[in-house]
Design a protein around this ligand. Structure first.
Ligand code: NAP
Length: 446
């Protein structure tokens, strides 16, 4: 039953070289004991998945434990049903955020990073990030530490989910959001700090920036790095995904009309990847107009670009015209929540942070602290993130069972408060009851 698979793993199509295999080593955990089980390996651009992989998970803060406790039995039931006990996930609990602070006295312990490194694929719930002060985002730290450079967010409609859109079923896109650069790189300086003053001084004196660009005495300054390497590897992954899944187009979303040397270059580098590494598979919008009479040649993937503000409009007005979006970090953050809203909201929006080999899947929403511990919120986001994880492992049969049971549960109007409040006459079930209803459908009891 061992099987190597790499649906979302970048593979060489053109000039790209395989990343080096992950180094093998013995990892000693300070305060954790991993379960018995096999290790997922990533070698020569492919995942090798044993039948009993150890998978680290973080429950998360706030409502994280509620949704995880509902989600894990769903994933286990699907694996059991699909493979009759021949395959099993060996869950390995690791800690970040508030629980890590209690256990380790720090929010992102070395043990946690070591576990994700060692076992390659993991999953997590949401973690708290204070606004405007204190620690930087743990999610961002995790993505940067493991170089999980693509945030992959599929957005599709599940029948029966209440939505504000006229035709939510028109939405079926996957957003590839660059995950490590842009303003999210965290290079910013506090208003009034010595660093901000020195940087302002340097920009004015050495680089000729007009002093009037900085208003008043106290100015916070953030830096927006966008690199050729970072942009190209993200677009490469997006195009590879379109090839693997037989999708018609990849749209580069950017704000290059204003930020020419960052967002504009992202677009240019994206086109370069399409027209060099994937030359035989892609056709650009300009080529379609100039050489193909306005029609995309059969078997080719259309690579086009759209300016970010227009993209928000297009997602609503011409939803069905888009398939894969590749974009910079901040654009992708906004776009993925807006797209999720169109198909029913964050409660069921899944996501995965994926690098070369390493992957950490996660609920797209935050900790929703006002509902913590109430067994109330929708566990759909982490369940469907688990589906992405199963697909990433190549366990498609189990993934399909979850998706099918999820659809049937919602269609039967068994839903949590967020959907119930939009469905007249429907009473909400608890988070755990929603999970149990999905398990029952997987097991054939409903
Ligand atoms: P949030 O936790 O996503 O909650 C915003 C609203 O979204 C909730 O009040 C609720 O809407 C709805 N919602 C969220 N999760 C839901 C679920 N599972 N089921 C149904 N509805 C759900 O956003 P926030 O309040 O802005 O952020 C809270 C904390 O989470 C912050 O510390 C933030 O930094 C962090 N955060 C973490 C991540 C992550 O770990 N990946 C991502 C985003 C935010 P209603 O009030 O309408 O019911």
């Amino acid at each position: 039953m061992n099987r190597a698979h790499g649906a979302l793993v970048t593979r060489s199509e053109g000039t790209q070289k395989y990343p080096p295999p992950l180094r093998r080593r013995v990892t000693v955990f300070e305060r954790l004991t991993p379960p018995q089980g096999g290790k997922i390996r990533y070698e020569r651009g492919r995942l090798a998945v044993p039948d009993d992989p150890i998978v680290p998970f973080i429950e998360g803060d706030g409502t994280g434990p509620d949704i995880w406790r509902a989600a894990q039995p769903v994933l286990d039931a699907a694996v059991r049903k699909a493979y009759g006990g021949r395959r099993v996930i060996r869950w390995f609990q690791v800690y970040a955020g508030e629980t890590a602070l209690e256990r380790y006295g720090e929010v992102l312990p070395k043990d946690t990073l070591a576990a994700f490194r060692e076992y390659v694929v993991g999953i997590k719930g949401p973690l708290t990030t204070p606004i405007g002060k204190g620690i930087r985002s743990l999610n961002v730290a995790l993505r940067q530490e493991l170089d999980l450079y693509a945030c992959v967010r599929p957005v599709y409609y599940v029948d029966g989910v209440p939505s504000p859109a006229k035709d939510p079923s028109a939405m079926d896109i996957t957003i590839f959001r660059e995950n490590t650069e842009d303003v999210y790189a965290g290079v910013e300086f506090e208003p009034g700090s010595v660093e901000a003053e020195r940087l302002r001084d340097f920009l004015v004196r050495e680089l000729g920036v007009k002093p009037g660009k900085f208003r008043g005495a106290r100015v916070g300054i953030g830096i927006k790095p966008i690199s050729e390497d970072g942009s190209k590897r993200l677009v490469r992954k997006a195009i590879q995904h379109a090839i693997d899944k037989g999708l018609p187009s990849v749209t580069l979303v950017h704000k290059g009309n204003i930020m020419k040397f960052t967002e504009g270059r992202f677009m240019e580098w994206g086109y370069q990847v399409a027209t060099t590494e994937f030359r035989d598979r892609c056709v650009t919008w300009a080529e379609v107009q100039q050489a193909h009479g306005g029609k995309v040649p059969a078997g080719k993937i259309l690579v086009q670009d759209v300016i970010a503000d227009n993209m928000f409009q297009q997602l609503q007005t011409r939803t069905e015209a888009y398939s894969v979006l590749a974009t910079t970090n901040l654009n992708g953050d906004y776009l993925s929540d807006a797209a999720a809203g169109q198909v029913g909201g964050l409660g069921i929006a899944p996501g995965g942070n994926i690098g070369d080999g390493y992957a950490v899947f996660e609920a797209t929403h935050g900790t929703a602290p006002k509902y913590a511990g109430q067994d109330k919120v929708n566990p759909g986001s982490v369940i469907l993130s688990g589906v992405m994880m199963l697909e990433y492992l190549g366990w498609d049969e189990a993934a399909e069972l979850v998706k099918d049971a999820f659809r049937r549960t919602v269609a039967a109007k068994i839903v949590t408060y967020d959907f119930a409040r939009e469905l007249p006459g429907v009473k909400p079930v608890k988070c755990s009851e929603f999970g149990a209803a999905i398990v029952a459908r997987i097991e054939g009891g409903a």
